[in-house]
Write a new protein. Structure first.
Length: 369
């Protein structure tokens, strides 16, 4: 009796996969164009080769080549994406679900839309912070230049004329003399210290939560970040549910997409609570300070969506509503920032002017006597 050969598992690549970390824009380009090629009935291997020939990013080229090798070795598209590391958790979940359900092209398009939204949400916060950071940095550079090169000459002139200097003038001129003597060392150390503090607050994974909490506590900026987070909550959560993901898995992926520690814990709690059998209403009521994370109006909409069975539609409505609110807040924040920064710059200019003009008045008064 002839035996039928057992179904062999796909050949696995021997070497350990390399993870490629690409910006959101490149990941969005990959998902969108791969969906278009697959929709045109292009095989996955040829689609990946076509993308590799059109992209200019070297890391993307290497990642696509690694994915091609994995596909030829028998990996699924979702597994090859996971091994390359170029896709986020939401994209991986949508691709895996699309491969099982036969809606891969539609889910890839949803993934591209998600990544576009995430890129837009982060760009809003960056654009709101870019203007004040630029103005303050330029003011600091000009102020250091004046203190380093102009004030020491004035200090020498006043000391030769034996002019009695007020306190503010002495402080400013002493600072200028300090820069003249030690500025070559002190200024680079100061810049390096600022860069180190900035990295600790906003770059280091283990301490980034400190900077995020400071931003959330900043008037105006904190409101914008909350509106962006709620908009992301509504849009991403609703999109994942609409694509067919279970609600607990969607909340887990939403927690990985959020950059705010308080919202990460909130989404993880919701997923755990719903897994224990509680409703969204009961889960929200049990979480302390839930109104600070989700406004009561949003909570009522989500609860009503759960009861009516239209949760994904309600969440998408919340996302669109708060996206519009965040646009308005961004415009208002930039409008408010301008006079505040002008006041700050004017205060610095007035301080330097007073420290220089007061000794001149003293000098003129002495000459008149």
């Amino acid at each position: 009796m002839a035996t039928t050969p057992a179904k062999t598992a796909p050949v696995r690549a021997a070497k350990k996969p390399h993870k490629y970390h690409l910006p959101l824009k490149e990941r969005e380009y990959f998902s969108e164009n791969l969906a278009l090629l697959l929709k045109a009935a292009v095989p996955i291997g040829q689609a990946l080769d076509a993308l590799a020939t059109t992209t200019r990013n070297s890391s993307m080229k290497k990642a696509l080549a690694a994915m091609q090798a994995d596909i030829e070795a028998g990996y699924s598209l979702a597994d090859s994406l996971e091994r390359s590391g170029i896709a986020g958790g939401q994209t991986l979940a949508l691709v895996r679900l699309g491969e099982h359900s036969g809606h891969l092209v539609e889910n890839l398009q949803l993934a591209a839309q998600q990544e576009e939204k995430q890129h837009m949400f982060r760009a809003k916060v960056r654009s709101a912070l870019l203007y004040p950071v630029f103005v303050l940095s330029l003011t600091l550079v000009v102020g250091l230049g004046v203190a380093w090169f102009l004030l020491p000459r004035l200090s020498l002139t006043f000391s030769q004329l034996h002019v009695k200097l007020p306190l503010i003038s002495r402080l400013m001129l002493n600072f200028g003399q300090f820069l003249q003597a030690h500025g070559v060392v002190a200024v680079p150390l100061f810049v390096g210290a600022c860069a180190l503090v900035g990295y600790i607050l906003f770059g280091a994974p283990k301490t980034r939560f400190i900077g995020l909490r400071l931003l959330y506590a900043t008037p105006g900026v904190g409101r914008l970040m909350q509106e962006v987070e709620i908009s992301q909550f509504g849009y991403l959560f609703g999109t994942l549910l609409e694509a067919g993901l279970p609600i607990i898995q969607a909340l887990t992926l939403l927690a990985t997409a959020s950059s705010a520690p308080q919202y990460q814990k909130f989404y993880q709690y919701l997923g755990t609570s719903l897994g224990e059998g509680y409703s969204i209403k009961d889960s929200l009521s049990r979480y302390p300070r839930n109104a600070k994370l989700l406004p009561p109006a949003v909570q009522q909409m989500v609860i009503a969506g759960e009861r009516s069975g239209s949760l994904s539609e309600v969440l998408l409505t919340v996302g669109r509503t708060y996206e519009q609110k965040s646009d308005i807040t961004t415009e208002n924040l930039e409008t408010i920032m301008e006079p505040v920064l002008l006041i700050f710059v004017a205060a610095g200019v007035i301080a330097v002017a007073i420290s220089v003009i007061l000794p001149i008045y003293s000098l003129v008064g002495g000459l008149n006597q």
